[in-house]
Design a protein around this ligand. Structure first.
Ligand SMILES: [Zn+2]
Ligand SMILES: [Zn+2]
Length: 224
């Protein structure tokens, strides 16, 4: 705030009117003081106006920034949606290929004289000969006891390509001969069917013995 302007009086301190010359000088001084005050008020006004303008600009800038951020997020979301849609489309297009692969895998399994097994999961995939999968891969496995006196056959939810499980009838070690392959390699095996919902015999499982703990605790090996 500006201090009030001191306006020179046309009267002496004692209250007597000043002489003509002195009064004129006092009037001129008063006029000048008034003009100064007016100029000062005007400057204040301009400063306030400039401040208001600056604030408005600042808010405008913030508004623009927020709008830009919102637009960028919307763009990213749209791109993600487009990417997902493209992936869905790819999966759809891949479907006939998957069906051909299923047929080829089933033919190979049949040609090897292996039993036809039920699908262990609800998601698309197929049983394949273990030769088609990398060693160490974890998945569902179909086993047959190699002993000539035993006709034990089983499916395990925790089979490893190249690792044996022991036959529950005669304890002979058997390697998986066919294993389940999901069409989607990122598919985790959440939809375990009840037929496989049985206890895992850790003592009869090479992987469990080697790991020193339940072999189902190595889900990363499913993604091989
Ligand atoms: Zn056996
Ligand atoms: Zn095991």
């Amino acid at each position: 705030m500006s201090s009030p302007a001191v306006i020179p009086s046309t009267h002496s301190a004692a209250g007597q009117p000043l002489s003509g010359e002195a009064a004129a000088a006092a009037r001129a001084a008063a006029k000048k003081a008034k003009a100064d005050a007016a100029a000062k008020a005007n400057t204040e006004k301009q400063r306030a106006a400039a401040e208001a303008l600056w604030k408005a600009k600042q808010q405008e800038r913030l508004k623009r920034q927020r709008a830009a951020t919102a637009a960028r997020k919307a763009k990213e979301k749209k791109e993600q949606q487009q990417q997902k849609a493209a992936e869905r489309m790819l999966r759809k297009q891949a479907w006939p290929v998957a069906a051909q692969r299923h047929a080829a895998a089933a033919a190979a399994v049949a040609a090897a004289g292996l039993p036809v097994l039920e699908s262990p999961v609800d998601e698309p995939g197929c049983w394949v000969l273990v030769a088609e999968l990398p060693l160490g891969k974890k998945s569902y496995g179909g086993f047959r006891c190699p002993s000539e006196q035993c006709d034990g056959e089983w499916v395990s939810a925790h089979a490893f390509n190249g690792k044996w499980q022991q036959c529950q009838r005669c304890e002979t070690e058997a390697l998986p001969e066919q294993m389940w392959r999901n069409d989607n390699p990122y598919q985790r095996r959440d939809g375990v069917k009840s037929m496989l919902n049985k206890p895992h015999h850790q003592g009869r499982c090479q992987a469990c013995r080697e790991f020193g703990h339940g072999c189902w605790l190595r889900p990363e090996l499913e993604g091989l």
